[in-house]
Structures are given as C-alpha cells and as structure tokens.
Write a protein that binds this ligand. Structure first.
Ligand code: 3H9
Length: 709
C-alpha cells in the first residue's frame, strides 16, 4: 500500500494512550505522520509518551524519512499532561525528555495543530521546529489554573520564541488563545484554511521545505524583559490572582529564561515545578478541576435531554435580564416577558446599557452585540411563551405569586416545556403543585449577576422527572455554567451552607468588622462577610426580624445597624462608610454603635488570631455541608465545594469548605464544632468514627445512598 500505518502501545497493554504512525510517501521523500491518540483529549499519559519516544528513535534511524508531522486524533491536538496521573505518580519516560528528543531531531518536525494544544500539549508543540494550525485551533499554557507551571520546558522555550512579556501573560492568565490571536502572539507560525486533511497536507509540504531549527531557541532569552518590567508583572499578577503561588513562580522561571542558559533555566523550572506540585494549592486546584466536571454528572440518570432552542424568561428585573443575556449569548432564542410594560422597557434598557459598556471595553464587537440583541424578544403577553422549550421564572420571592404564575405557565406552555423557577430558596414541590405537570417543574437557581456568575444550581423536587433533570443539566451546559444538581431544601446548597457562616457570632463576641473581613480576605475570599452584608443590604435581614418581632437593637449588632438605618452600600453606610465609587472606609459612628452593643452585653472588644476567625466563620459552613449530604441534598461532597467556589467565590486554590475540612482533619473539625456549641452533623460523626477520607469509596457510597433514598 502507499502508506504504512501502525499503532504503538509502548508494548504494554495496560498503558493508557498510544501513538499512530503513518509513513507517507511523497515525490520529495517520506514523511512520518505521528498521531497522538488517547480519548478524549489525547492527554500525555504513559502510552503516548512511550509511543512518541520510540517513534522518534525509529524516525531518526530510518533514512527514507525526511521529516515528521505530529498531530492529534479526535479533533484535538493535545490537552496536556494526564492530570489523573499526578495523584498516583508519573512513570517514565518523562515528558521533558520526550520533548527534548523531538527537539533534537535532525529532521524537521512540524506540529499540525487542530483543536486545542494546551499545557504539556503546547509544550510538545514548542519542542517541534514549527507550528501550523487550523483555523479552529487554540493554544495555551493553562497550568496556572492547576496551581502548577509548564514543567516540560514551556517556561524556557516560550520566552525564547515570543519574548518574556508575552510569555508572562500567556502563562499567568492561563486562558487559551484562538488561532488568529495565537498566531499574532507568535504561538503559531501559520494558520491554514480547510479541514484536518488540508492541515496535514500543508504540514507535510512545509516540513519537507524547511530546515530543523531548534537550536535558535536554545540560546539566551530575548532582551525585552528588563527587571523593572518583570517586577511590574509580579505586581500585576499578585493583584489579578491574589494569594496564588503559581504566577509568581512562573515569573521566576521566565526571569531565568531571560538571564540564564537554557539548561540552567530548565533547572530553575524543575525546582519551581516541584515546589508547586507538592503544595496544598496545586492539590486543591487539581481537585477542583475534576470536581467541576464531576458535578455535571448525575448517577443513574438515563433520560435524554429534550430539544433546547428557545427560552422564555418571566420577569425583566435584574435576574431575568441577566439570564436573558446569558441565554442569548449562547445561541438560544429568548422571549423576555414582563406584564408591566415599564419594567420590560427598563429591563431591556439595562441589557442594552450593559452591552454598550461591553463594546466600549472592547470585550464584544458591535456586530456581536447586535446578533445577541436580535435573539431577545421582549413581550408582555403570556401566549408568546407557548413555543418555548424551557421557561425560567425570575420574579421576586413570594410563594403565592410564583404559584399563580406557574398555573399560568401550565396553561400556555407546550407539552414537554421545562418549567423552571429561579427561586433562591422556596420549595420547588410547592411551586410544582400549582401545575398539572409537576414532573416538568424544576429549580434553576442562577447567582447574581446571572450573566457573570458561573454557578447554576438545578434543584430537583420529589416529583421532577428524569427528562426534565436531563434537560436542565443540558441547559446549564449550553449556557457554559458549572451546573450542579441539588436537593430541595431551604437555600439549596450554596446559600444554605454559606448562610450559617459565623460572622454575626464573632462580631457579637467583640471582634471588629475590619478584623473579621481582613481574615476572610487574607484567606482568599474576594470580600469579607461584613462588606458582603453591606453589599447585599442589611435592611433585608432587619426587616424580616422586625416583622417577626425579634428585633433587638440594644443587644444585637446587626439589629442596631438596621435601627440606625445603616443599610450598607445602598444607604452609603453600614458596617463601613462608602464614597461615590462605593469604596469602603472605617466609620467611627458605626464603631461607636457596635461598641455600645458590646457594652450593653458586657463584651470587651478583643483581637482574635486570623486562623481562629476563619475557623469561627467557616467550620459552621463545613458542618452544614455535612448536614446537606446526610439529608441527601447533594450527590457528592465535592459538589458542595463547587457550589461555594462558583456561587460565593470561595478561593478555588483552597478547594472549597469540604476539601478544607479534610485538610484540617475531620476529628479536629468535629471537636471544634462541638466546642462552638453547634449540633454536629451525624454524617460528620460517622466519618470521624469510620476514619473516612475524602472521595473514599465508603464515604461516597454513604452520600449517594442518602441522595437516592
Ligand atoms: C500539564 O500539562 C503539565 C505540564 O506542563 C508539565 C508536565 C511535566 N488530563 O473539559 P472536558 C478529561 S497540566 C486528564 O469536559 P471539553 C476531563 O476530566 C495539564 N484528563 O471537555 C473529562 O473527563 P470526564 C494542562 C483530562 O471538550 C474529559 O477529559 N492542561 C485532561 O469541554 C473531557 O474534558 C490543561 O489544563 C487532562 N489534561 O474541554 C487542560 N483534560 O469525561 C485541561 C481533560 O471523565 N483540559 N480531561 O469528565 C481542558 O481545559 C479541557 O478539558 C479541554 C476539553 C479544553 C481540553
């Protein structure tokens, strides 16, 4: 035959991944086409590394072969090192060695990049002598998101290819670049039009016409990285990724690439890589990588999702508008309904203003905005919802109103339409009882602002059907949300567990708001809990307490704030005072008010070590997380972490409250929870007694049995 094709498994059947080999004859000589093949993203597990290693040796010895083209199967070049190998240990050959051997090839090596080339995958491409890409290709070094750095020479090769400044941004942002931008930055040498076959043909022709040029990248780095510029980058990324170790380590490596010989720079990279890889941040971030993918899976759900082309949204307020934006941006036709014409106009004008700002900031083009806006159809007539595949109700939290609206939806929506409520805590089953089709009713709890926050909690009621769940999960995926199926309990998961944080208690015990907030912010929360209350509005809480007749401004700090009309940002003052730009600052009158309550209750102001503040704030959250699991409100412990990270900006590099609890140690958690006077979760006690580890088989089975009960 014209082509000789083979597959190399590295000789060991159990090894994951392989490389396919095709020897393609051309009039100018043979070209070896190597295809990395490891479903779904051609991760560089041992089988792939062995395959590359052996085929490059074979190619070197085969005088017929004039050049090599390296590509990937399944529409992807390569998703990088196999992250699942990190926990179990990596066996040889090491990726760095494989890449060095490729780079040393005396025959030209061209990477033909179709789909993504990420992390180790792009480092493999950097070891090639040239990089050709299809129009749908993307490249990037996202290791920073896993708490590590490109550890197979990426920190040393990229600065030598595109310069230090651009390299810092590629590696510290960690976001993949699409083909045109990647080519502009220098990550690709050329972008080829056409399909995969066209890319391979162009790469074969290119490989035969070019010399091998690795040596040019093994000299010293480019001179665009003055010390001052790199110091500025350090500061920039300390602000953009506060508390994270990886960006700073990456800049250290890039500095070495600029100042040192290649082999010395590689040594720095190795040292920094090992430090990060063995640290708690990398562990937590790698845990989150799998957790956020795992949460989208519903065990035992066989039903298929229904078609999803159009979404109706009931209520054109802040939430409804945000949901409309996010649906339209992801290709759904949107019917935005509000029976109040004024609300509808206001809602549409807010949406338009938001997009005008996006155009100003250049995050979207005018043409993109027009396409998005053309998908949103404002209307005030229920009949307009009759053809929608899903309708999300987003009116204010009042059960009677919601029931009335769901009865109306039941009357107009087509059979099979998913009827969703964006309630942030009301009983889904009660809402469903207003319809004749409770199996089609589900909660779709978005977080505000809905077009920005990544979390979607889908809430199953006891009567929600499988197809409805499958469709709501597909809805989340279509909207590019991290979607988690949760149980029907007050507050669902994120609001419920974060709602019990001990901020009010610590404040009541004599710790100043600024100390509480500083501890939470040092832990990595974007905003301390009292600043958060100022943002949400202290009147919400105060009004409820007043209605229930329990307001006690003499003895309760929160109530004293409410009584003094210190509602937070909306009134310009709360625990802090705020200027026009909503910047906060300590406020002596707030502090006097707090001091008065302390004095009324016989409390002395005190300083508390930050670690103790954190325990007081978040151990109640952990305990509540265990209660959610024991009640069958979440499928996995890691789902609770996902909800806190994506719904409340819990620092990703800490892994969420449940991961944190296992890091602290469950016996310690239990002991402290008891010391705080909280009722410990039964599951927490059982986990301590049985010495369960996070994600251990028995622990997971126990949680799943509560979920399925
Ligand atoms: C690295 O390279 C270190 C080196 O510098 C140094 C070494 C010395 N490994 O996201 P999806 C799985 S670090 C193992 O749903 P998509 C994923 O878990 C790596 N598994 O699909 C999921 O499994 P499941 C740097 C991986 O199409 C399935 O593939 N690379 C890996 O939306 C589908 O994933 C990265 O950080 C992996 N590397 O997106 C890239 N990647 O079906 C990480 C994916 O069982 N990956 N899986 O749930 C991604 O960003 C996206 O997965 C990708 C595909 C864009 C590739």
């Amino acid at each position: 035959s014209k082509h000789l094709s083979r597959v190399l498994f590295g000789g060991i059947q159990a090894m994951k991944g392989q490389v396919q080999y095709e020897k393609r004859k051309t009039k100018d000589g043979c070209v070896a086409i190597l295809t990395m093949d490891n479903k779904p993203v051609n991760a560089l597990s041992q089988g792939v590394r062995v395959g590359l290693d052996q085929y490059f040796k074979e190619v070197a010895a085969d005088s017929e072969v004039k050049a090599v083209v390296l590509t990937g199967a399944h529409g992807v070049f390569c998703g990088g090192a196999d992250i699942s190998e990190f926990a179990t240990g990596v066996e040889g050959p090491m990726l760095g060695e494989v890449i060095a051997a490729m780079e040393a090839s005396e025959k030209p090596v061209v990477a033909a990049i179709d789909g993504v080339a990420l992390g180790g995958g792009y480092e493999v491409a950097l070891g090639c002598h040239y990089r050709l890409a299809s129009q749908r290709a993307q490249a990037g070094l996202p290791e920073v998101n896993l708490g590590i750095l490109p550890g197979a020479g990426g920190t040393q090769r990229l600065p030598r290819l595109v310069g230090a400044a651009k390299s810092v941004d590629v590696m510290c942002r960690g976001a993949p670049l699409k083909a045109p931008k990647a080519a502009e930055v220098g990550l690709f040498d050329r972008v080829i039009e056409g399909d995969h076959a066209a890319l391979i043909q162009a790469s074969v022709d290119f490989a035969l016409s070019m010399p091998p040029v690795a040596e040019r990248r093994l000299g010293r780095g480019t001179a665009d990285a003055a010390d001052a510029a790199l110091a500025a980058k350090r500061q920039e990324y300390a602000k953009l990724r506060p508390g994270e170790a990886a960006p700073q380590a990456i800049i250290t490596c890039i500095e070495a690439a600029v100042k040192q010989e290649f082999k010395d720079g590689m040594r720095v990279e190795f040292q920094e890589f090992c430090k990060l890889m063995t640290g708690a941040q990398a562990q937590a971030l790698q845990y989150m990588f799998f957790a956020e993918r795992q949460c989208q899976k519903v065990p035992g759900l066989d039903a298929k999702p229904r078609a999803l082309q159009s979404c109706g949204i009931l209520g054109a307020g802040l939430m409804g508008g945000g949901i409309a934006m996010c649906c339209a941006e992801n290709g759904l036709k949107v019917v935005l309904l509000d029976v109040d014409q004024k609300n509808l106009e206001r809602g549409m004008s807010v949406i338009k203003k938001n997009y005008a700002r996006s155009v100003e900031r250049k995050s979207k083009s005018q043409a993109q905005v027009e396409t998005i806006l053309s998908k949103i159809h404002p209307c005030s007539n229920y009949e307009a919802l009759s053809e929608c595949d899903i309708v999300v109700e987003a009116v204010f939290e009042n059960m009677d109103l919601k029931k009335k609206l769901f009865a109306q939806l039941d009357a107009v929506c087509k059979p099979g339409c998913v009827l969703a409520s964006n309630t942030s805590g009301l009983d889904i089953d009660q809402i469903a009882s207003a319809t004749q089709r409770p199996e089609d009713v589900i909660g779709c709890h978005f977080f505000s602002p809905a077009n920005v926050m990544k979390l979607l909690e889908n809430v199953r009621g006891p009567r929600t059907g499988g197809e409805t769940i499958a469709t709501a999960m597909a809805f989340g995926k279509k909207l590019k949300k991290v979607t988690c199926l949760v149980g029907n309990c007050g507050g669902f998961i994120a609001n419920r567990v974060m709602g019990v944080s001990g901020a009010a208690k610590v404040l009541q015990e004599g710790v100043w708001p600024q100390d509480i907030d500083a501890a939470a912010e040092a832990y990595g929360m974007r905003m301390g809990p009292l600043r958060m209350w100022d943002l949400v509005g202290l009147d919400l809480f105060g009004r409820e307490r007043e209605k229930s007749g329990v307001l006690n401004p003499e003895q309760v700090v929160f109530d004293a704030m409410y009584k003094a009309q210190r509602f937070g940002q909306k009134s310009g003052k709360g625990f802090y005072q705020y200027d026009q730009q909503r910047r906060h600052q300590r406020d002596p009158s707030a502090e006097a008010l707090i001091q008065q309550v302390w004095s009324n209750t016989g409390v002395q102001p005190k300083t508390m070590p930050q670690e103790e503040i954190i325990e007081n704030l978040y151990l109640p959250v952990v305990n509540e997380g265990f209660k959610c699991l024991e009640e069958g409100m979440a499928i996995r412990a890691s789902d609770i972490d996902v909800c806190c990270v994506f719904g409340y900006n819990w620092p990703r590099y800490r892994g969420g409250p449940m991961k944190w609890a296992f890091t602290v140690g469950l016996p310690t958690v239990l002991q402290k929870v008891e010391q705080m006077g909280l009722t410990p979760s039964e599951l927490l006690k059982e986990a301590v007694a049985k010495k369960w580890k996070m994600n251990s088989k028995d622990f997971n089975a126990r949680i799943l049995s509560a979920w399925t009960a």
